[in-house]
Design a protein around this ligand. Structure first.
Ligand SMILES: C[S@@+](CC[C@H](N)C(=O)[O-])C[C@H]1O[C@@H](n2cnc3c(N)ncnc32)[C@H](O)[C@@H]1O
Length: 382
């Protein structure tokens, strides 16, 4: 008897056909006898094996992450960047006993981070090849130690107990007066954002041309990595950014170091309390909205619209929920990441559209960028 058939008649009758089908499938798959049959029947066997592997990967995923952490910390990818190496050579470079190096390399081979090469040597694998010099991934892998600590008790997190490690990384989230944060509070997350930002701005620049604009304001622009890049690539653009005073100070130092002190204005402000610099005809919000709840997002969007030249364009670039092929990244990874951080949530395109329209923007368009898996880009007219 299927589980749909076992449901009280009143409930079963109210279920749609999809629910009835799902209930029947769940009941069937839960039966040990069916599992054994499906694992041995030639037509269902490949699917059963696939599902079993998927489930195992979910269970073991944290171990894979720690293998990656060990590889990043020992700089394995950098050591292999100039070509394959033998176990004794690698053990010395990684500063590991040969047994430990062998265990790490076996694990990395299995995860396609490295691969065996001729004469007992090891080279970069399909997933390891992009890693040497990839400061974004290396910085995020290191940063995940905080998330890992906060996910030790995921149920406590879901019950609303505070997550201390991530909150310490993102002090502006819990602070009612983030404008008063000092240099030592913002240094660590600003460095992390700067390292990982090109991954996102590459996507934005791949799908939106800035030629027609004259003044760009990057809101929550961090240390100014994006505007510093634009200063070189878009000589016609007037450039400004706004971020918390202590972060804007870091941006000013970075601009000065690049010889761009007079070229880009870095404004220090709390964008929920202070008016934004006026007059830009294109405003960018890169990985900013998902940090905040809807009420704050609404306040920020209205403030941006008021500061913008009429007819100007707002560009929103961040990971979004419901992205085909990356649902786990949106809802599982960013969902729990932002929960541990203490505020904000990943949003779908529809949720962004609703917030943008409510704040007075119109013509919200989804731009087509090469890697929607980790970044979607929306354009809205002020
Ligand atoms: C997740 S980071 C993204 C930084 C940058 N846009 C990027 O993608 O690398 C969010 C930024 O928003 C800034 N921010 C957060 N709350 C703020 C506030 N109330 N006023 C101004 N900036 C704020 C943070 O300091 C931080 O630089």
């Amino acid at each position: 008897m299927s589980s749909a058939e076992r449901l009280p008649t009143a409930i079963a009758a109210s279920l749609g056909w999809r629910d009835r089908l799902a209930a029947w499938r769940d009941g069937l798959v839960a039966q040990r006898r069916f599992q054994r049959w499906a694992a041995s029947f030639p037509l269902t066997r490949p699917l059963v094996r696939r599902r079993a592997l998927d489930l195992f990967d979910l269970m073991a995923g944290f171990v894979y992450s720690q293998v990656l952490l060990a590889a990043v910390r020992t700089r394995l990818f950098e050591h292999l960047a100039d070509g394959p190496k033998s176990l004794p050579e690698l053990a010395q470079l990684l500063n590991l006993p040969e047994r430990g190096a062998q265990r790490l390399l076996d694990a990395c081979n299995a995860l396609r981070l490295t691969e065996p090469r001729g004469e007992g040597r090891y080279g970069l694998g399909a997933l390891g090849a992009p890693m040497p010099g990839n400061e974004a991934v290396a910085a995020m892998v290191e940063h995940h130690c905080a998330l890992y600590a906060d996910l030790r008790d995921p149920v406590a997190l879901l019950r609303g107990e505070p997550a201390t490690a991530m909150a310490a990384c993102w002090p502006y989230v819990a602070d009612d007066r983030p404008g008063e944060l000092r240099a030592e509070h913002v240094a660590s997350y600003s460095g992390l954002m700067s390292a990982s930002q090109p991954m996102v701005t590459d996507e934005l620049l791949a799908c939106y041309r800035l030629q027609a604009h004259r003044h760009l304001l990057d809101v929550g622009g961090g240390e100014g990595r994006f505007v510093r890049r634009l200063a070189a690539e878009q000589p016609h653009l007037q450039l400004s950014l706004v971020d918390l005073p202590a972060v804007a100070e870091r941006a000013r130092a970075a601009l000065a170091a690049d010889g761009l002190a007079g070229r880009v204005q870095a404004h220090g402000a709390d964008f929920f309390r202070d008016a934004l610099p006026a007059g830009a005809d294109v405003v960018t919000l890169i990985r900013v909205l998902f940090d905040h709840d809807d009420v704050r997002v609404q306040r920020l969007l209205r403030s941006i619209r008021q500061a913008m030249a009429p007819g100007g364009t707002l560009l929103v670039a961040e990971p979004m929920r419901d992205t085909a092929g990356a649902q786990a990244m949106g809802d599982a990874y960013f969902g729990l990441y932002l929960l541990a951080m203490g505020r904000g949530r990943p949003r779908s395109i529809a949720e962004h559209r609703e917030l943008l329209l409510a704040a007075g923007f119109r013509q919200v368009r989804v731009l087509r960028n090469p890697m929607p898996l980790h970044t979607r880009v929306l354009a809205a007219t002020a």
